[in-house]
Design a protein around this ligand. Structure first.
Ligand SMILES: Cc1ncc(COP(=O)(O)O)c(C=O)c1O
Length: 781
């Protein structure tokens, strides 16, 4: 059979033509129902409403002779299956106790199959009439319908059908049936889009037998706009699950509040059957595909059977307007818009209420002048992340080689599911018993050296460091703090005082001393000098003395194990060992700030301090701990917390809540199960080796330093002078090449590379290649 043979075969099969009088006789003779027959509309069958003298109503269906037993068994089987699985669904059912189906002769010596069904009371509604609640209910109904068929199969479901989106592209030869050239172009656009996005992805979608025509023409509603009848199983087919939703939502965008209406409907569906990412991604294409099918089949029927105009032209209601709107927005913008709606995000229709102010201006106006400037010029408007990838509002994807928070990859499904599950179960605080914070505490403690046995949960790195400071004040009785000269430890009053990086015009607080960071490349003591490490260590003594001269005894010395805002420095272990020894000897505690580097980024070991061969008295962790869900903690010795508890009570409303802990536990699981620590080391080694090779070719690379997957590439104008070359231009070029990196260091001349630990060897290569090209001045995407 020619490829489109079955298409025309299906479309051309004429509907039977029994008269109402003949039908009344069949109803009486075969089903024992005596009543008046009135024709109802149908595409390929003949339907009649039969009303008896005592006002009972039925539907008599005369099937298209082309539909053999197989098709009818499929329909009946699906109907019975659904009714059994979800008895609450208001399905049209075969007449109870009736003969099922009967055969009657037609006028030309053939046979017709006739069935009798219960009549479903209710009213057909137009999409414009539905309340927001009814739209939600419609989505729920569609999901329940599909769910009830999930376990059903019949070989007939595999037959090709013009209404099965799986076979949509087979309608292409009939595109000419769309008369108006503008309309034809729009339908062509929809078909092309389907071909480009949905067709190849179809085999990977969740698939099952679906009703496949749960549109408003096959639904009736009660007074409250609740679905009271689901009609017509004639198009049941094996297809993508999400096609059930797309078909049900086919007209939502024809409403003036189309996006909100679609959002409601999808929300209802997802409340029963959450959509998978790929389904969300393809929903716009399936909508376009459904519109294309409606346009082509209705146009073909109108041309071939003008008598059906009254019925068939209804399929085109709102259709051209919806296609026009998608075309006017431009599909590259329209698709992500629909995807956002499907994800339940609040969106503005394209071009309708377009902000006169840019997002950047609104950010500045609403979030204020103090907020750190945006990355990149022009800035990035991100809408989605997955694994190492970030996607902007135009649908462009970027390899994220910068963000350390999504340590196991953006939107990791396991972490997201754990958070969603816990949030839907219980979100409370630590003044009630619950296993989650205890399990997380146990697992954190198990990663720490002996002695670090007590965990205090908070919500951010700043809070963790602030609490560390308070613990140190109470334990030591001292009041002096020390940090490195460009360190960053947080936003609270105390931690901002301990963050010289942010001081700007502010004078150094009286109780804080700073240490020059142990920068052997451009610092005041360089690696070429044999005693450079001990010279840096000596600054601790000077800091202790300076604090003492102002009346402060040592309380806490904070050190970021990656010295990241110092430019990512990797001093030899003896540096921190000796600093800690001298500081402790003077009575102070050592706080290991693992907020940036913790959770395996340093490669093979969980914590950066392990590489320095020092055990801090207090460890602070945060950022990647929940892979983006806010959670942070202080891990310290029980004696330190006991001393603190004598001074004060302590409680954090959100700290250690069950949802945050679910995120934290899931992150630990993923780190283990995906073997990400050794992987981070391997990828870090590969990246370092590649960057060192680049360094040989690019004189502007002064030095490359790395600790696992925390990598710094120091840029200089000239190697001999080591004059810093700011990163901004290179980072912008790399962004144009689709790779995101950041800048750090006191002079902003160190490229900061910190990809999620799931980065692959090929992606590591992409980072290096982008840097190579950016340095060569080739920033073409
Ligand atoms: C080393 C270090 N400590 C503490 C913080 C503060 O963490 P948060 O922003 O979660 O308060 C940061 C944040 O950048 C950090 O890098």
């Amino acid at each position: 059979m020619a490829r489109d043979g079955w298409v025309l075969g299906e479309l051309e099969a004429p509907a039977p033509e029994l008269t109402p009088v003949a039908v009344e006789a069949i109803a009486a003779d075969h089903f024992g129902i005596v009543g008046r027959a009135t024709p109802l509309v149908s595409e390929r069958d003949q339907n009649f409403r039969i009303v008896t003298a005592d006002h009972r109503a039925f539907v008599l269906k005369v099937s298209n002779p082309k539909d053999g037993d197989d098709a009818l068994q499929l329909q009946a089987g699906a109907m019975f299956h659904s009714a059994r699985v979800d008895p609450g669904l208001p399905l049209m059912r075969p007449l109870p106790g009736g003969p099922g189906q009967v055969e009657v002769p037609d006028e030309v010596g053939g046979r017709l199959l006739v069935r009798m069904f219960t009549f479903m009371p209710g009213r057909h509604l137009e999409i414009q009439e539905l309340t927001p609640e009814a739209l939600w209910g419609l989505g729920v109904c569609s999901a329940r319908m599909a769910r009830s068929l999930r376990g059903f199969f019949h070989p007939g479901a595999a037959r090709p059908s013009v209404w099965n989106l799986r076979h949509l592209l087979e309608l292409k030869p009939l595109l000419e049936a769309v008369q108006d050239p503008r309309h034809r172009a729009l339908v062509g656009m929809a078909l092309d889009d389907f071909g480009n996005h949905a067709q190849a992805a179809f085999p990977a979608l969740r698939a099952q037998v679906i009703h496949n025509d749960l549109s408003l023409s096959n639904l009736v509603f009660d007074q409250e706009q609740v679905v009271s009848g689901i009609l017509d199983f004639g198009d049941v087919a094996h297809s993508a699950l999400v096609a059930e939703l797309a078909i049900c939502a086919e007209s939502a965008l024809a409403r003036p509040d189309g996006l909100a209406a679609l959002g409601r409907l999808v929300g209802g569906f997802s409340s029963v059957t959450p959509l998978e990412d790929q389904e969300v991604e393809l929903l716009p294409d399936l909508l376009l595909g459904r519109w294309a099918a409606l346009a082509i089949i209705s146009s073909w029927r109108l041309a071939r059977y003008p008598a059906s105009a009254a019925y068939v032209s209804g399929w085109q209601r709102g259709l051209w307007g919806m296609l026009e709107a998608a075309a006017a927005a431009g599909l590259p913008k329209w698709r992500p818009l629909i995807q956002s709606v499907a994800r339940g995000e609040r969106v503005r229709p394209i071009g309708v209420t377009g902000p006169t102010e840019s997002l950047g201006q609104r950010r500045r106006r609403l979030l204020g002048a103090a907020l750190s400037p945006l990355f990149y010029d022009p800035p990035l408007h991100l809408v989605r992340g997955e694994g190492v990838w970030l996607y902007d509002a135009d649908g462009r994807r970027y390899l994220d080689a910068y963000n350390n928070v999504p340590i196991v990859g953006h939107s990791h499904p396991r972490v997201a599911a754990a958070v969603a599950r816990q949030f839907a179960t219980l979100a409370s605080n630590t003044r009630y018993l619950h296993e989650a914070p205890l399990e997380l505490a146990e697992r954190l403690v198990a990663t720490m050296p002996p002695g670090l046995d007590t965990v205090l949960f908070v919500n951010s790195g700043s809070e963790a460091n602030d609490l560390a400071w308070r613990l140190a004040l109470s334990f030591t009785g001292g009041t002096g703090g020390v940090a490195t000269r460009s360190a960053y430890h947080g936003i609270s009053a105390a931690t901002a005082d301990l963050s010289p990086e942010e001081w700007r015009a502010r004078a150094r607080p009286d109780w804080v001393e700073t240490l020059p960071a142990p920068d052997g490349y451009r610092g005041r003591h360089r690696r070429e000098e044999p005693e450079w490490v001990s010279r840096y260590v000596d600054h601790v003594d000077q800091a202790i003395a300076a604090l003492a001269s102002r009346g402060h005894r040592p309380a806490a010395l904070f050190i970021d194990s990656g010295l990241s805002s110092e430019g990512i420095l990797i001093p030899p272990p003896e540096y921190l060992v000796e600093v800690a020894r001298r500081w402790r000897a003077a009575g102070g505690l050592l706080v290991g700030d693992e907020v940036q580097l913790g959770f395996g980024r340093s490669g093979a070991q969980m914590w950066g301090f392990q590489r320095h061969q020092v055990v801090p008295d207090i460890v602070t962790v945060g950022k990647p701990m929940g892979n983006g869900y806010p959670i942070a903690a202080v891990v310290t010795r029980a004696e330190i917390v006991e001393r603190f508890s004598r001074d004060t009570g302590w409680f954090s409303t959100f700290g250690g809540n069950q949802v945050a802990c679910a995120a934290g536990l899931a992150v630990l699981d993923v780190l283990d199960d995906q073997g990400l620590l050794p992987h981070a080391r391997a990828m870090g080694d590969a990246l370092l080796a590649q960057l060192r090779q680049l360094q040989q070719r690019h004189p502007v690379i002064g030095e490359v330093r790395s600790l696992g997957l925390l990598v710094g590439v120091e840029l200089v104008r000239e190697r001999s002078t080591r004059e810093p070359l700011p990163v901004a231009g290179i980072a912008n070029s790399m962004r144009d090449l689709g790779v995101l990196v950041g800048a750090t260091g006191p002079a902003g001349n160190v490229i900061k590379i910190r990809p999620p630990l799931v980065v692959t060897a090929a992606q590591v290569g992409m980072v290096t290649e982008a840097l190579d090209r950016a340095l060569l001045g080739d920033a073409r995407p």
